[in-house]
Design a protein around this ligand. Structure first.
Ligand SMILES: NC(=O)c1ccc[n+]([C@@H]2O[C@H](COP(=O)([O-])OP(=O)(O)OC[C@H]3O[C@@H](n4cnc5c(N)ncnc54)[C@H](OP(=O)(O)O)[C@@H]3O)[C@@H](O)[C@H]2O)c1
Length: 315
């Protein structure tokens, strides 16, 4: 018999995704380490099941997955887990574009995207996907044609919201010619703020939600690294890395005030950021997701938000 479970936390503020009917909690779960054996070493599927269960039990509603995370394995794990939960309370976001028949080159043709949705529905063992993203743009398909295929699927009820990921601003504008794009996912964090210049203002003006990926900078912003770990984060020069580590020390002081962790304070910063719709930290272990979910119970003061914002300006 299936046991229906409900979230354990008091729900924090929820957000609507673009112009769709999809509504999610502000903290979601990134699942590239759930079944993503092709992307990361030493992953354990049992940890993956536990991570997804813990997320849902902790009040997180949105699960961010993709065909590319384990070539379907992440979606399969999620599909198994959500059978024990009330489907209407789980928001599944998945993505596709990598075509196995083209050596995983990106394919945004209407036929491929429609087939990808059918395949994902089977792996997820469900009859609709809440948010479906085109994972990466391809070279040949006009972006509005690709999105029109998703608009057909939305009319059929197979997907509820339309997303694009890793598109340039010009590609997003082309994709959104008919106003059909609900959500964009792109690289953005306190240490990677290029999106603030042009992308985020466009999304705001066009009622398109934004989900940043790498919000914890792959763990750097959790506070578990020190100045000695610079060689693990070669994208930063030594001065930048020193600044990040100093800023994290200050975040730890703020965290102490709330009896919280640095990661929770960083996540609270995204929750308070009006341009961020849902923040989707990834997790390898259930302890991480349980801890990250607690950020939904934290509210930074305006001064703390501004101090963190200012400390990381220029990244
Ligand atoms: N659309 C796209 O093209 C795209 C690209 C990349 C990612 N994504 C999505 O975005 C999600 C987030 O990105 P990400 O997971 O790569 O990076 P991230 O959220 O910046 O970092 C997550 C990693 O930080 C560590 N971590 C998380 N919580 C922690 C905690 N409380 N304490 C200590 N360490 C903690 C874990 O790694 P360790 O335990 O290994 O340190 C975890 O896997 C992904 O899961 C995926 O769903 C999308």
């Amino acid at each position: 018999m299936n046991i229906k479970r409900s979230g354990g936390l008091k729900m924090s503020e929820k957000v609507r995704i673009g112009k769709s009917d999809v509504v999610a909690t502000k903290v979601g779960l990134g699942t590239n380490k759930v079944g993503g054996h092709n992307l990361f070493k030493n992953l354990d599927d049992q940890d993956g099941y536990a991570v997804v269960r813990t997320a849902l039990d902790s009040g997180i509603t949105l699960l961010d997955t993709a065909y590319m995370y384990g070539l379907g394995r992440s979606e399969e794990i999620i599909g198994e887990v959500i059978k024990d939960y009330d489907r209407s309370k789980v928001i599944i976001a998945t993505k596709a574009s990598q075509d196995p028949a083209r050596d995983h080159d990106n394919n945004n043709t209407p036929a491929f995207l429609k087939q990808s949705v059918e395949d994902a529905l089977k792996r997820l063992q469900t009859d609709y996907i809440d948010i479906f993203y085109i994972h990466f743009p391809d070279k040949g398909t006009p972006k509005d044609k690709a999105v029109a295929a998703l608009a057909d699927l939305k009319k059929e009820g197979k997907i509820k919201a339309i997303g694009v990921s890793n598109f340039t601003l010009d590609q997003i504008k082309e994709a959104n010619k008919n106003g059909d794009v609900d959500i964009v996912e792109d690289n953005y964090s306190l240490v990677h703020r290029a999106a603030e210049k042009e992308l985020l203002p466009y999304l705001r003006e066009n009622e398109i939600s934004f989900v940043p990926y790498f919000p914890l900078a792959s763990g750097l912003l959790t506070g578990k690294y020190s100045a000695l770990d610079a060689d693990k984060f070669k994208q930063f020069n030594s001065e930048q890395f020193r600044k990040i580590i100093n800023n994290i020390s200050r975040i730890k002081e703020i965290a102490a005030k709330y009896d919280a962790t640095a990661a929770q304070i960083v996540l609270a910063w995204y929750i308070a950021n009006p341009d961020v719709s849902v923040v989707i930290p990834g997790a390898r272990k259930l302890e991480q997701v349980a801890s990250n979910a607690q950020a939904m119970n934290l509210t930074l003061t305006k001064d703390e938000y501004a101090e963190i914002d200012t400390a990381f300006k220029g990244f």
